[in-house]
Ligand binder design. Structure first.
Ligand SMILES: *[C@@H]1O[C@H](CO)[C@@H](O)[C@H](O)[C@H]1NC(C)=O
Ligand SMILES: *[C@@H]1O[C@H](CO)[C@@H](O)[C@H](O)[C@H]1NC(C)=O
Ligand SMILES: *[C@@H]1O[C@H](CO)[C@@H](O)[C@H](O)[C@H]1NC(C)=O
Ligand SMILES: *[C@@H]1O[C@H](CO)[C@@H](O)[C@H](O)[C@H]1NC(C)=O
Ligand SMILES: *[C@@H]1O[C@H](CO)[C@@H](O)[C@H](O)[C@H]1NC(C)=O
Length: 480
């Protein structure tokens, strides 16, 4: 409501843009940067406000949804924003053999909004080839994509490309050194990758690729170099010994790995669309490189690279335009795993920007104000404890259940918090929870457990021990 006049101006502006894109064959020759609109938060604005924010605060002209939420699609109507929607993972197996189900999905999720909402991409599933626990889905993926494509043709929807999002781990060993050596994983090569590439080529669709230099860099920060992962343009270069191509950032190297892997199978010109990329703006003590400075640097450099000037492409595909969607619109407080997962947003849930950024590329990087200097680009050295978060006391039931779980998993590690034990804490649920979380996490961190406990726990570097109650800690030596 509030943004009606603004929306009207955008309508006039974008109608010009959209008519030119029709001439340009489904956008293969476009570049630009957009945003992923994830909704895993319990404090996020309603769709109309979120859509207003992504346009006014970020100048985003492309948005991806993790589904086809009718409220969001309605809010995007007549805005000119290009939209990517998604068939959820759990419908892939049912749709694969069933054309009427595919028809029904398109009829009830896409047709009510199309063409007023500029839906242009339809992903069938999200990174399903990265989940080895659900191989049944893998072999139903391409059949389901074909069903959805057939449904679009039946309803004469010509402008929507069908694909699926894939991470770097569809390559053998996720290998990007050197790019020319990359091949697709053997367990999906014949039954999934080959028919998929054939489908993408036949339908002139895109290879939708999720690229995170951050996740690659944290695995080997010494070898890769932070500036190389942050797309700084003055870095040490890497030469691929086999192809002779020279790389100046890790992003290009990851993209070209897929280019080479496809080329080996005979597919040389399927365009790549970066469906997710980004860098976390904050993280826990035991995670390196997650801070405002690096996040702003990466995302601004991405915009400079893909949304300004003439297309530069990658060494293997020079001058080829490419589009990318940053993850994510908001910090999402209900994502599990390490704290970085909840801090990928360009906006806080209250709508404020985490740092200044303009996805249109019209703001030059030197016009932004100074950023706080990074403090965690080197691994933390010292002890860390996992204690009840500030808000943990708000829900006594949830806290009691979490303590029971932590103690159960810790197998008898909780004698200290029983009545008469040194950490009973006069019965304070919060103190007892802090002990239980620390004890469990100290034991289980090596096997990948995060200090999270459904949002009830947080890391601290202040020793919570008191009296004769000594809290177990995790000790980092700076080489982890
Ligand atoms: C196919 O999907 C439709 C819903 O559109 C359902 O009614 C039908 O039972 C399904 N067919 C099979 C064989 O599962
Ligand atoms: C290329 O890949 C093969 C198989 O994945 C591997 O054995 C070989 O070491 C790689 N070569 C280089 C130069 O990394
Ligand atoms: C690139 O420039 C930044 C500052 O602009 C500097 O901190 C960094 O050391 C430079 N990197 C190299 C490899 O020269
Ligand atoms: C929005 O939230 C952030 C993070 O909690 C805070 O720093 C900022 O001041 C808030 N902005 C407004 C306008 O309330
Ligand atoms: C408290 O936590 C319990 C268990 O997780 C949950 O079922 C309940 O809805 C929560 N209550 C509130 C007010 O959030």
């Amino acid at each position: 409501m509030v943004d009606l006049p603004m929306g009207f101006i955008h309508l006039l502006f974008f109608s010009v843009v959209s008519s030119s894109s029709v001439l340009s064959h489904a956008g293969h020759d476009h570049q630009g940067v957009g945003i992923n609109y994830g909704q895993l938060g319990n404090n996020l604005p309603v769709p109309s406000r979120a859509v207003h924010l992504l346009r006014t605060e970020l100048e985003a002209s492309i948005v991806k949804l993790y589904g086809a939420d009718p409220g969001i699609l309605a809010a995007l109507a007549n805005t000119g924003v290009e939209v990517m929607i998604m068939v959820p993972n759990n419908l892939i197996v049912p749709i694969s053999p069933n054309q009427s189900l595919a028809d029904e999905w398109v009829r009830s999720n896409l047709l009510p909004h199309y063409p007023r909402t500029r839906i242009r991409h339809l992903l069938v599933g999200n990174e399903i080839l990265s989940d080895p626990t659900n191989k049944d889905i893998w072999f139903n993926l391409v059949p389901a994509m074909m069903r959805i494509q057939a449904a679009l043709e039946k309803y004469e929807v010509k402008e929507v490309k069908v694909g699926t999002s894939m991470a770097i781990d569809v390559l053998e060993n996720s290998a990007v050194y050197p790019p020319s050596n990359a091949t697709f994983r053997r367990d999906i090569l014949r039954r999934v990758v080959r028919p998929m590439l054939e489908f993408l080529q036949d339908t002139r669709s895109f290879y939708y690729f999720d690229v995170y230099t951050y996740f690659h860099w944290i695995k080997d920060p010494k070898k890769i170099g932070l500036d190389y992962a942050l797309l700084k343009d003055n870095v040490t270069r890497y030469t691929d010994p086999a192809s002779g191509l020279v790389y100046s950032d890790l992003f290009d190297q990851m993209v070209d790995s897929v280019v080479f892997a496809m080329r080996k199978l005979g597919y040389t010109d399927i365009p790549i669309f970066i469906a997710e990329t980004g860098w976390p703006n904050s993280g826990d003590y035991d995670q390196i490189g997650a801070n405002y400075y690096n996040s702003a640097t990466y995302n601004r450099n991405l915009v400079r690279k893909l949304a300004t000037g003439r297309p530069i492409g990658t060494p293997a595909r020079p001058r080829k335009p490419m589009r990318a969607l940053i993850f994510a619109l908001f910090n999402e407080n209900m994502k599990g795993g390490p704290s970085t997962e909840r801090h990928f947003g360009l906006l806080y849930p209250n709508g404020s920007r985490v740092y200044d950024i303009d996805l249109s590329g019209r703001t030059i990087v030197s016009a932004y104000g100074p950023l706080p200097l990074p403090k965690n680009n080197d691994p933390y050295k010292g002890k860390i404890w996992c204690v009840a978060a500030d808000s943990a006391g708000n829900n006594e039931t949830a806290l009691r259940l979490a303590v029971t779980a932590a103690c159960g998993h810790g197998k008898g590690s909780c004698r200290e918090i029983e009545k008469g034990g040194p950490c009973y804490g006069s019965g304070s649920q919060v103190v007892r929870a802090s002990y239980a979380f620390s004890a469990y996490w100290a034991r289980a961190r090596e096997s990948g457990v995060s200090c999270y406990f459904g949002g009830l726990a947080a890391q601290t570097i202040r020793d919570p021990s008191y009296g004769s109650c000594k809290f177990p800690s995790v000790s980092l030596t700076g080489t982890d």
